[in-house]
Design a protein around this ligand. Structure first.
Ligand SMILES: [Zn+2]
Ligand SMILES: [Zn+2]
Length: 133
């Protein structure tokens, strides 16, 4: 069982199975909403991720139609993404797991939307990169 939560501790969750996909997204929306150079996502079955604390502290924002991002309304930490056209899956942020465990799908780890990558960010070329998704 992987456990994680937001910075202020209001929102806590568990993930009961290894991720099926893992990527670092460099698109401008992900950079904006996380405030970072890129955002890292792990994909699991929606039922495998359980909120254990703070449902009432979650706010939701549709960054594009059918893409709903959940975040702690106190500290702003991004918790998960639900995508309407993939109702069985949920994206979570492995960077907010309590322990530095690998979330799974290491063989799938890659950089996406590198066409939108910040020009000053250096990638070492170890992981695959795609221009878009
Ligand atoms: Zn919080
Ligand atoms: Zn993105």
């Amino acid at each position: 069982m992987m456990r994680g939560g937001c910075l202020c501790g209001a929102v806590r969750f568990e993930v009961s199975e290894p991720a099926s996909d893992l990527y670092h997204c460099h698109c401008s929306m992900c950079r904006k909403i996380h405030g970072t150079a890129f955002a890292t996502y792990a994909v699991v079955a929606r039922l495998a991720m359980t909120l254990t604390k703070g449902e009432d502290m979650l706010s939701r924002y549709d960054s594009s139609p059918g893409v709903t991002r959940s975040f702690c309304r106190r500290c702003g930490c991004q918790i998960a993404i639900d995508v309407a056209y993939q109702p069985d899956d949920r994206w979570f942020m492995p960077g907010i797991l309590d322990d530095p465990v690998h979330p799974g799908a290491g063989n799938r780890e890659r950089h996406i939307f590198v066409a939108s990558k910040l020009p000053w960010l250096h990638l070492d070329g170890v992981l695959p990169q795609s221009e878009e998704a």
